[in-house]
Structures are given as structure tokens and as C-alpha cells.
Design a protein around this ligand. Structure first.
Ligand SMILES: [Zn+2]
Length: 371
């Protein structure tokens, strides 16, 4: 694969582009915006080359400093739905970068039939690092000015919070595209804002409240997490929170409301079945503990396996030895050292994508039944 252009600070590359096959990846790298400390916020658009229009996406203005004289936006794929994935709005949450790395690698390089199907059906817009200033400063939750950027999505300041303002504009462009083949149907398939947490052993999600959860309806908030729980042994459905309360709760430390988070603020004015597609994904720092617990209960002796080796997130014991904690009593979890095992996060990223295919199939069947 090659990049056909690098327009100074606005890097763009159309890669692939045979014009016909979902097998061949199409990727464009752009600068979404620059931070207050002049760092670039990168954005990737990845899909298959099939279904490409000669038209290009419109510019996102006025906060995004892309210049029409030096770059072109990605092509339009009018029949594909969008998936928006963001990470590192909280700069210290490093596991999310391993997950987004797994997602990007899989979409770009895998020739697995599921990867082909993903490229065939969806356009992935990925912003791997929303808060590079906070990362550079070594902050855990805030940007360089002490602002928790995941509380300002309801009213972001384009000058001081440009990555959030531009992401919001981009999201609104993707949800209501002027180029949609059928303007009455949404172009949004899924929004995942990747985070990490230190307290729980397993991964889980926050989702927007919709009535009727637990019914197997693919249009309620719990649908995607249920598929993910079936795919991933390190994801815990019981830890998920789809409550109304969690959409407006205030933080104990800074008093800011969750109404300013990405998944809540971006869902404003959306129909319920669309707001059900927006998630905050919490990725555990403690997967080594989770893996130990799973391995203790596993009958076939591999980390994370449940009932079948076809379930993903299975990390062979041999693969974990380089980062494995010292041998201690596995009966005493408090004595275990939590270490990051990148492959577990990478594989979890693939599980997120496979679950999207499950959800898409279910929603297609539900739509066909309604007709
Ligand atoms: Zn976070």
C-alpha cells in the first residue's frame, strides 16, 4: 500500500482504490484539527474500495483547519453506513490505544471474511487520540488547561476544545449526510468512545437508556453489548450501565455532568433507536487478573476461553509469558500483579468489530420483518 500524497501538515493518502472489491482497503489519513498547543489530531477513514463515488466528503468547517487548496477529503461511499471510533479523550487511559490499534490493524490488513464484510458494509472514521496535549503533559483525565474534554461535548469551545468541536461537527455530518442515497434512513451504524478503568476486572460499556432492554430487540441499547458478551470472554454484561441516571450523573470529584460526555451529548435530538448505537467503552486495566480468573475456571486451559475456541479474546498461555506476572498463589487475587497484555486488548478490538457484524445482521433481519 502507498500513500499518494502528503500535503504538509494535512497528510492525505488514498490507499487501495481498485474501485470494485471490498477486499481491498481504502484508507485516508487527515488532520482533523490542531490542539491549543499546536499538536495534530489525526483522523483515519477506512473502508473497502467497493461502492466508491467520484464525489468527495465535504469539508468540516469552521473549526477544522483543513484547506481546500492543499487536500481532498475522502471519497463518498453513498450506500455504506458510518462507524465512528474515538479514543484517548482521557489521556492516561492507555489500554484504549491498544484496542484502537487492534481495530486499525484488522481493518487494514486482515483478509478474514469478517474483515472483508466490515470493509464492504461500513466506512470507519477513527480518531485514535482526541487529547494529545494531555498525553504530552502526562495528564490522566484533563487537557493542558485542566478541562475534562469528555464533559464538554454539549457545548465545546472551538478555540480551546477544537478536537471535541470538530468531532461533534464530523459526527453530525456523518449522521445526516447531504449525499445519502436515502435521506430517511440514518447512516450511523455505531459510535464507540474508547476509555479505560482501573477498578473492575472486565470490560463493560455505558449506553444511553432505551426502554425495552433485555427483550432481544436489536434496536435497544443492550443489543450490541449482548453480542459482545457472546464474542468476548473479557467483557462483562452485568457491569454495563444503560440507566437514565448515568446519562446525567455528576462526578464526585469535579462535579461535572455526564450529559457532556460524547455518547450522551451526541445523541441529543436523536430517535431512541439511534441513540442506542452510542457507547462509552470501558476497557479494564486488570485483564491479567481477569485472565487468571478465567483460566482457573477453564477446562481447556487457555486464558479467557469460555465454551468454544471460536470465541475470540483467547490468548494462548504461551503468548502471555513475556508479560506474565511472577508465579504466586492463584487463589489469592490480591497478591497478583496487574500487567498490561497488549494482545488481549488488540483481540478485544476485533471482538468489537465482530459484534458490529452481529448487530448489523440482527438489525437487517428486524427491518426485513417490519417490511
Ligand atoms: Zn475515560
Amino acid at each position: 500500500m502507498t500513500c499518494d500524497a502528503d500535503n504538509g501538515c494535512h497528510a492525505v493518502g488514498d490507499v487501495g482504490g481498485d474501485g470494485g472489491s471490498g477486499l481491498e482497503p481504502y484508507v485516508v489519513r487527515e488532520v482533523l484539527c490542531f490542539t491549543p498547543e499546536h499538536r495534530r489530531v489525526d483522523m483515519l477513514t477506512i473502508t473497502g474500495s467497493n461502492g466508491r463515488s467520484s464525489e468527495r466528503m465535504p469539508y468540516v468547517s469552521p473549526c477544522c483547519p483543513v484547506r481546500s487548496d492543499v487536500m481532498q477529503r475522502p471519497h463518498i461511499f453513498p450506500k455504506k453506513q458510518f462507524v465512528l471510533i474515538t479514543a484517548r479523550v482521557h489521556p492516561g487511559e492507555t489500554p484504549s490505544s491498544h484496542v484502537v490499534h487492534g481495530i486499525i490493524d484488522y481493518l487494514l490488513f486482515s483478509r478474514d471474511v469478517r474483515a472483508v464484510a466490515l470493509r464492504d458494509r461500513f466506512v470507519f472514521v477513527i480518531i485514535p487520540m482526541l487529547n494529545p496535549d494531555g498525553v504530552a503533559k502526562g495528564h490522566y483525565r484533563c487537557d493542558s488547561r485542566g478541562t475534562n474534554l469528555n464533559r464538554v461535548y454539549d457545548s465545546p469551545d472551538p478555540t480551546w476544545q477544537p478536537s471535541i468541536a470538530c468531532t461533534k461537527q464530523m459526527f453530525q455530518q456523518l449522521v445526516n449526510p447531504s449525499w445519502a442515497a436515502n435521506p430517511s434512513s440514518s447512516s450511523l451504524a455505531l459510535y464507540l468512545d474508547l476509555h479505560a478503568h482501573t477498578s473492575k476486572k472486565y470490560c463493560f460499556v455505558f449506553g444511553n437508556h432505551t426502554p425495552g432492554g433485555g427483550t432481544g430487540n436489536p434496536r435497544t441499547t443492550d443489543a450490541f453489548p449482548r453480542y459482545l458478551a457472546a464474542r468476548s470472554s473479557i467483557f462483562d454484561l452485568n457491569s454495563c450501565d444503560f440507566s437514565q441516571r448515568s446519562m446525567t450523573a455528576k462526578g464526585m470529584t469535579d462535579g461535572t455532568s455526564k450529559s457532556g460526555t460524547g455518547r450522551v451529548a451526541l445523541s441529543a435530538d436523536m430517535p431512541l433507536d439511534l441513540s442506542a448505537l452510542l457507547y462509552t467503552v470501558e476497557i479494564s486495566y486488570n485483564l491479567s487478573l481477569a485472565a487468571q480468573q478465567r483460566s482457573q475456571t477453564s477446562s481447556i486451559g487457555v486464558y479467557g476461553s469460555r465454551t468454544s475456541s471460536s470465541k475470540v479474546d483467547v490468548v494462548p498461555a504461551a503468548a502471555s509469558t513475556t508479560n506474565a506476572p511472577p508465579q504466586r498463589s492463584t487463589q489469592d487475587e490480591s497478591s497478583c500483579i496487574s500487567v498490561i497484555i497488549p494482545q488481549m486488548y488488540v483481540t478485544f478490538g476485533q471482538s468489537l468489530l465482530h459484534s458490529l457484524l452481529d448487530l448489523d445482521e440482527a438489525r437487517r433481519k428486524a427491518s426485513a420483518t417490519i417490511r
